[in-house]
Design a binder for this molecule. Structure first.
Ligand code: SAH
Length: 218
């Protein structure tokens, strides 16, 4: 017998376990990241009409022409950002619905996040409060500029794709800091991780991805 009180259904433990297992099968290894994917209620980040698909490993539309990122990509980016991470602060560009923010924020001390659509940001702020997430500071603005006020940052994560690396984000990296960012035009984007060393930037490619563009200007 299935006990309905255990929440068997689209948002159940079993559905989430299946998603986590899929990410493990695809090579995600960081246990804390996997635990976050299991715990963050992704169905609360999408429209109710799409809630039944929230634990599929796929990007979904969230209105205003934007999308919620695919869980695998969120896990991959978070894992890359946190690999050997000893810092405290992370700058996130492209808050969107805040799913990436919710996965990341309990794993670091403080997240500063920038989103260019104020309406989206307002809803996301409320959503994260409802989830008892308090170590996030929000700013409506242009991610190409970063957020100089609180920099430099130990990590920067960008969830929209610029055509080329934004110079200002590189400038806002602390020594040893890392930037995880998709770069390139639609259809041919590469996810890269850039680490700031003493006298140079070290760059590794993490593979092909597909993001909405990082829009230039307001
Ligand atoms: N992080 C989200 C996905 C974000 S989609 C998640 O977890 O699902 C990309 C977001 O980047 C969109 O909300 C879009 O409005 C925003 N964006 C695009 N260009 C931007 C810019 N120049 N500055 C800040 N945000 C930008």
């Amino acid at each position: 017998m299935i006990d309905a009180r255990q929440g068997i259904g689209m948002t159940s433990r079993r559905t989430r376990d299946r998603l986590v297992q899929r990410l493990i099968d695809q090579g995600i290894q960081n246990g804390a990241v996997l635990e976050q994917i299991r715990n963050v209620p992704r169905h609360l980040f999408v429209d109710e009409a799409l809630a039944s698909r929230a634990y599929e490993d796929t990007a979904l539309p969230i209105g205003l022409g934007q999308t919620i990122s695919q869980p695998y990509v969120v896990a991959r980016m978070t894992e890359a950002l946190l690999d050997g991470f000893e810092g405290e602060t992370v700058l996130e560009i492209g808050t969107g619905c805040g799913y990436q923010t919710a996965v990341l924020s309990p794993l670091v001390k403080k997240v500063y996040t920038v989103e260019r659509i104020p309406e989206l940001l307002r809803k996301t702020k409320q959503r994260l409060r409802d989830l008892d997430i308090y170590n996030v500071q929000f700013k409506p603005g242009d991610g190409w500029e970063g957020w100089p006020k609180y920099g430099p940052y130990d990590g920067i994560i960008v969830t929209a794709a610029p055509s080329e690396l934004p110079e200002k984000l590189l400038q806002q990296l602390a020594p040893g800091g890392r930037l995880v960012i998709p770069v390139g035009p639609p259809g041919i984007q590469d996810l890269v991780k850039i680490t700031k060393r003493n006298d140079h930037f070290e760059q590794v490619s993490l593979g092909a991805v597909s993001f909405v563009p990082l829009v230039k200007g307001k």
